[in-house]
Structures are given as C-alpha cells and as structure tokens.
Design a protein around this ligand. Structure first.
Ligand code: SF4
Length: 351
C-alpha cells in the first residue's frame, strides 16, 4: 500500500507523525518532489487567482504525485487543532478544493480533525486516515500513532535546538535525534516570522534562512520556541488565539520583539492570506511600540528573487549600521562614566 503526501502545507508541521503512523501500519508514504516554478504554475492554473500562494503550491504538488503514478493521495481537512482554535477556510476545505479542481482518477483520503467537535477528535481522524485502505482495527491504529508521536517528538526536539529543517525531518523519521553540541553564534540575530510551509519551502522563501546565514546572521524561528514562550509573545501583543497557526506568527513575533538579543524581525507572508494580513498589521504596530526594526516581505507566484534578496540585504545592512552606532554610543558612555563615578566617590568621602 502506498499513500502520496504532498510536500506542502501540513507536511511542514506533521510529516514525521504521518510517516511514523503509516509506516507502523505497513503503508509506504511517497512524497512529491521539492517545489519548482513549474509546479507553482501548474497549481496556479487550476485555481482562481485570489487563492493564496501556499494553496496553489499544494495543488501543484498533488499534480506532481499523480504524474509520478501515485493513485492514493492524503489530504486531511484539519478544521481545528484545539477547542475553538480554527484553521483558515482554505486549509479546512482543502479536500473539497482538490476534488473540484483536479479532475483525474485517484483515491483521495480526506480525514477530518476537528477538536471543537466531540465526535471528530484525534482517533476518529486517524481511523478515517486508514479506513479507505481497509484498516479498521482501532487498537492497531492507536499503537501506530505511538510511532508517529515518537518521530514527531524527535523532529520537534531538533527544530527547537536549531537543526536545519530538512536535516531534522530526515533524522527524525529514522527514529533518531541528533543535536550539534557546539554552535557558533553570529554577531547579528534576526527572527523570521512565517508559517513553516512558507519558510522551509526553498522555492517560496527563496532560501531566506540560508541567505541570512551567508551574510553571517543567525535566524531564529517559531520552531525554536516552547508553547509557553509563544503564549508569552501573545500577551506582549495583547491578543488572543483564534487562528490555528497564529502561534507561529503572532506568538513568535511577540516573543522575539521583547527579546533584547534579537536585532530585528522579518515576516514572510503569502499574498492573498486573510489571517496573515491581520496578524502582520498587529505585529507591525507593536514593532513601533517596542522599537524593534521590522521588514515585511510578501510572496506570490510572481515574486522575483532579485527584489526579494535586495530588500533582505538592505534591511540587514541597516541592522548592522544600527548595531555599530549603538555599540559606539555605549563605548563613548563607558568612557565617560568612570570620570562620573570618580566624582561621586569623592563626594561620598567628603560627606
Ligand atoms: S493561513 Fe493564509 S497562507 Fe495559509 S493556507 Fe490559509 S490563507 Fe493560505
């Protein structure tokens, strides 16, 4: 048995779990190829132009799987991941969209996870994930989910420690955890606030993290934070969670904007995303209040790499200059301070 998994959207959050779960039930997972321009064009051609870029990318990945001869494709409808915390309508309606735009003959596995509904919890979702493949034994399904969690926890641990995304996935699904003991730190530190499917897809993010690394800048992401730290970030931005992936945007932005060791924040959002436009507006407002420099980058299928990189470089140049100026100011103050201290000491003696 083979199940095709598109290397898009949920892949960037849940793939280690899906891999372990299916593997434990004797089901092989087949991934679509890494995103290319052609895949984005093919996906964009099938949906209305207002659709956000990640969904266009997702459609392109389904087409890629079908081209590879995969006949069963896994497209869950993840409605809510916690009580009254919902995904956007595009993620919730993903199976309907795929069924309507791709008129080809294939089996679509479309389980629903809705933690806001009593009868659509995690085990119902897992059951629906394998029922179409003839697996109905709930004990076997529960057992398989343990393997999924093991791989997912491996992945989460490595991401928190700053391991590169594709390395973390590769090692996690081998049932291992490898965390480098010594890590060099760069002089400039930047937080990148974006959904995993925008940030870790090299074609969509234009390898932003790698580009920063080349400029000798450390990039910090939402995956490096604990849930408690992101909740703290939420309080900083004086808001409440409603959208499922708001934590990785607003929570992370709030946390990093309050962190003095972070020199600036870069947001990467997709054109056509409703929730992101609201979140970025709030993040930008608070960046002024907290005096943290911010760069908002929006990507769509027409975004050119040259313009994207120019903005990234200009922002980082500004951060470097700002840091140098602040360091010079501090050095000047430190030079002046010993004199002041000396004077106050004298006064103390006289008293
Ligand atoms: S959250 Fe935004 S970018 Fe993500 S799928 Fe929904 S509309 Fe698209």
């Amino acid at each position: 048995m083979r199940v095709g998994i598109p290397r898009a959207l949920g892949y960037y959050n849940y793939y280690p779990f899906w891999f372990g779960f299916f593997e434990a039930l004797g089901i092989e997972t087949v991934l679509s190829d890494p995103t290319t321009k052609q895949m984005i064009s093919a996906g964009s051609a099938l949906v209305v132009s207002e659709t956000c870029l990640p969904v266009k990318v997702f459609v392109g990945h389904i087409l890629n799987l079908l081209d590879k001869g995969v006949t069963t494709v896994y497209v869950p409808s993840i409605q809510s991941i916690d009580h009254k915390i919902y995904n956007c309508s595009k993620i919730r309606g993903l199976p309907d969209l795929i069924r309507n735009v791709i008129k080809k003959d294939f089996l679509l596995i479309e389980p629903t996870l809705d933690k806001s509904q009593k009868d659509q919890g995690f085990y119902e979702y897992l059951k629906e994930s394998v029922e179409p493949l003839g697996i109905t034994d709930i004990e076997k399904i529960k057992d398989a989910s343990k393997k999924g969690w093991e791989y997912q926890n491996n992945f989460n641990l490595m991401m928190r420690a700053g391991v590169e995304f594709s390395q973390a996935i590769k090692i996690a699904v081998q049932g291992q955890v490898k965390i480098p003991t010594e890590q060099k730190t760069a002089p400039l530190k930047v937080a990148i606030v974006a959904h995993g499917y925008n940030l870790y897809d090299h074609q969509v993010s234009m390898r932003a993290i790698q580009k920063l690394k080349k400029m000798d800048i450390d990039a910090f992401t939402a995956n490096m934070l604990t849930k408690e730290q992101m909740d703290e970030g939420f309080k900083t931005l004086e808001t409440q969670v409603y959208w499922a992936n708001e934590l990785e945007m607003t929570g992370a932005a709030g946390y990093y904007m309050n962190d003095d060791s972070i020199d600036g924040v870069i947001t990467i959002t997709a054109f056509g995303c409703g929730p992101d436009s609201i979140m970025v507006e709030r993040i930008s407002r608070f960046s002024k209040k907290l005096q943290k420099p911010i760069l908002n980058l929006t990507v769509d299928e027409h975004t050119g790499e040259a313009g994207f990189i120019t903005r990234l470089e200009a922002f980082c140049d500004m951060l470097t200059r700002k840091k140098r100026t602040e360091a010079a100011k501090k050095a000047k103050e430190a030079k002046e301070n010993p004199v002041k201290e000396k004077r106050s000491f004298k006064i103390k003696v006289e008293i």
